[in-house]
Design a protein around this ligand. Structure first.
Ligand SMILES: *Cc1c(COP(=O)(O)O)cnc(C)c1O
Length: 451
């Protein structure tokens, strides 16, 4: 499979290059040249299949040309060592619980998959870097995080030979529980505490990839949600969720998938799934107060702005990277006009935006009515279904993180004492180690050049 850039000014890449480079030379995002439709026989069998086998079918369509199938199966099975169950919350609203992985958030899936895929390519000889030994000398993963990305990537890559991870996070804007999940690991993980907001961290990472001198000094790669190896595997659990709903007697044409969104990688993978034939009726992108996508749906104009801090901080993004992918997908790589593209998008995807007060109210109302504990991100998804489901529809929202990851907030809002799962408690016992950094790229560059 070849991958092209959403900006259209970079050469096509193979999968290995798209994974290693993350971002194309023209700063565009990689898109697969073709999105293969899965056969009818697969969809007929899907409700009876195991999660891992559904995922392997989906993975084969995306990666089967470029990765040996036995290795790919291994990789998929290794990634999905936990379930992503669909749990009924009330009436026709279901929670797709994506928090049963190592760091209790959905990003575990893409992070682990990417770590294993990158390792696979390095073991093949790492041809993108021109390595001629069996294992390429250290590859450095740079990742900007507003919370969950950092922990998922750090844990996905922890101990993976030949790869060092730098996690950049905004000082004071990540919950203590999130922070300990990537600052206490040691080994091949370095945490960098940036005096700025998430968008500053993302800008530092983007600048690093564009810097000639730095790239001559060290082998760099990204693990943000822009990377095809991270976002595409997220499609696995949407197919599985649809399979579970069908198995429970729901009709595919009634299913509405609702995704609490920040950088729009997660919903983008669901939309790719839809292009592969995944049978659902429509999608809802739910946002916190960061409403640029919501505004785009209303007006057809995309006007990025600085992010604002909210209760659902992993969604505090003012200029979502994957917006370019969504536009590219529905404009058929620029063939359709902006108006036609907007029309296609709004006929499939609707939007919602909730401020902190509304998020709190959704959490309280849901807990009171059903006993289900939402985290602030999942609450945006839940409320969008409460507000937007039409008669006859069945909605499934992503519960993107375990409520204990945001324990202080959840306890405070619901007046309860959320139990901390053992995996999370283990992180909290570790000692925090991080490198302080300004948001000035020259400082970051100097630091990396000394490594
Ligand atoms: C990353 C994250 C999101 C947003 O996902 P995107 O792919 O960036 O849209 C939502 N909730 C949680 C808990 C997250 O960690």
């Amino acid at each position: 499979m070849k991958y092209y850039s959403t900006n259209g000014k970079a050469p096509m890449a193979n999968l290995e290059k798209a994974v290693v480079k993350g971002l194309a030379e023209d700063r565009g995002l990689y898109m697969p040249e073709e999105i293969k439709k899965l056969p009818k026989a697969f969809f007929d069998d899907m409700p009876k299949m195991r999660f891992q086998d559904i995922a392997f079918n989906v993975a084969s369509a995306f990666f089967g040309d470029d990765v040996d199938l036995d290795a790919l199966q291994d990789l998929v099975y290794d990634t999905l060592q936990f379930e992503c169950p669909v749990v009924k919350v009330k009436d026709n609203i279901y929670s797709l619980e994506l928090f049963h992985g190592p760091t209790l958030a959905f990003k575990d899936v893409g992070a682990r998959f990417m770590a294993r895929l990158l390792q696979y390519f390095l073991r093949q000889g790492g041809s993108v870097y021109g390595c001629d030994t069996a294992i390429c000398s250290t590859v450095n993963v740079l990742v900007a995080t507003s919370g969950d990305t950092g922990s998922a990537v750090a844990n996905g890559f922890l101990g993976v030979e030949g790869i060092h991870v730098y996690v950049l996070y905004p000082k004071g804007k990540v919950s203590p529980i999130q922070e300990c999940q990537f600052t206490t690991l040691g080994k091949n993980i370095t945490a960098i505490e940036v005096d700025g907001v998430f968008d500053d961290c993302q800008a530092l990472v983007k600048s690093a990839f564009m810097d000639k001198e730095l790239n001559q000094h060290m082998k760099l790669t990204s693990a943000n949600s822009i990377n095809v190896a991270r976002f595409l595997p997220q499609a696995f659990y949407y197919f599985n969720a649809v399979a579970q709903l069908i198995a429970q007697g729901h009709k595919p044409e009634d299913i509405v998938i609702c995704v609490p969104s920040g950088n729009f990688g997660n919903i983008c993978s669901a939309l790719f799934g839809h292009q592969m034939g995944m049978p659902v009726k429509r999608f809802i992108a739910s946002n916190n107060a960061n409403d640029v996508f919501y505004n785009y749906l209303q007006t057809g104009k995309y006007e990025p702005k600085a992010s604002v801090q909210t209760l659902a901080n992993a969604m505090d993004v003012g200029d979502p990277s994957n917006f370019a992918r969504i536009i590219n997908l529905y404009s058929e790589n620029g063939k359709l006009s902006p108006e036609e593209t907007h029309q296609r998008i709004t006929s499939l995807i609707s939007g919602c935006t909730y401020n902190d007060e509304q998020i709190k109210e959704a959490m309280r109302q849901c807990y009171k009515e059903t006993g289900y504990i939402l985290d602030p991100h999942g609450a945006c998804g839940y409320q969008a279904l409460v507000d937007g489901l039409q008669p006859g529809e069945v909605g499934v929202f992503c519960e993107t993180a375990h409520p204990a990851k945001f324990k202080e907030k959840v306890d405070d809002i619901l007046g309860i004492d959320v139990e901390i799962p053992e995996r999370l408690a283990a992180f909290m016992k570790g000692e925090k180690q991080s490198v302080p950094m300004t948001k000035d790229f020259e400082d970051f560059k100097k630091f990396l050049l000394k490594r």
